[in-house]
Design a protein around this ligand. Structure first.
Ligand code: MG
Ligand code: MG
Length: 267
């Protein structure tokens, strides 16, 4: 007889798959580079979405988010208290002092690029600056633990420690994930320690994506069924980057040793 057990299937990517993932990531990077230029008071999140769409199509990729579980756009645009999954809108206009998290995905050659970055709109408060700094630092701390031989909890713990050192709230219900042939592959990655001893092996690619809040941990989903906002209305930041555990000895400058390899988007 067969006993059913729950098995998580973590894909390990080949060199060729990694190459295509880098290409997809490069396209995502081009979008972020442009977002950095155009995010300013007066622009709508719908305009940002259109610009992103144009870049993705020009580069012969497809917008991964569009139609994903019915999502109606190719970026998620999440302003201030919105944490993730904000739907771009013509009537949502950026204003001085806002922060906006832009998450974007591009599929190229059957492989997915997925990255989020938070941007300041003009001059922002010191506390918002600190929130963005903490979240970016948490991402980098997580990336530093992405290496063959470590376990998932090493990444989660590194993210958690940075968040705690800045006394930021950590969003609990959402986290990172395996990424590759589709946007969300196994495993799920928590942004705080849960004791997950899943071994990281070469060829695994994981999107690490801390979401930190200036206030409490709790979030709620709005009536649009997508937008996730902080329960206390305080600002939230989101940074996401795909990172792979290298194939040892590959030595191509992209896959270094057994350590973390950041597949762009940061140009
Ligand atoms: Mg994403
Ligand atoms: Mg993601």
């Amino acid at each position: 007889y067969i006993t059913r057990i729950e098995v998580i299937m973590i894909n390990r990517k080949s060199r060729d798959e990694i190459k295509r993932m880098r290409h997809a990531g490069h396209i995502v990077a081009l979008v972020h580079k442009k977002m950095r230029e155009v995010v300013e008071p007066g622009i709508s999140t719908k305009e940002l979405d259109s610009i992103a769409m144009k870049i993705i199509k020009e580069n012969k990729a497809t917008p991964t988010f569009l139609g994903y579980s019915g999502f109606p756009a190719c970026i998620c645009a999440s302003i201030n208290e919105k944490v993730v999954h904000g739907i771009p809108s013509e009537t949502e206009i950026l204003k001085e002092g806002d922060i906006i998290a832009i998450d974007v995905g591009a599929t190229y050659g059957g492989m997915v690029g997925d990255s989020a970055w938070s941007y300041a709109v003009g001059n922002i408060s010191e506390e918002k600056k600190l929130l963005m700094k903490a979240t970016e630092e948490a991402l980098m701390a997580g990336i530093s633990k992405m290496r063959a031989g470590n376990v998932l909890d090493d990444i989660s713990g590194a993210v958690e420690d940075v968040a705690n050192s800045y006394k930021m709230g950590i969003v609990r219900q959402y986290g990172g994930h395996g990424v590759g042939h589709v946007m969300h592959e196994d495993p799920f990655l928590f942004n705080y320690r849960v004791g997950d001893q899943t071994l990281i092996k070469s060829g695994m690619v994981i999107a690490i994506e801390p979401m930190l809040n200036l206030g409490c941990d709790e979030v709620v989903v709005l009536d649009d069924k997508w937008s996730v906002v902080t329960k206390d209305g305080k600002p939230s930041a989101h940074f996401e980057q795909r990172t792979g555990a290298g194939h040892p000895g590959q030595g191509d400058g992209e896959i270094r040793g057994a350590g973390a390899v950041c597949l762009p988007p940061v140009l």
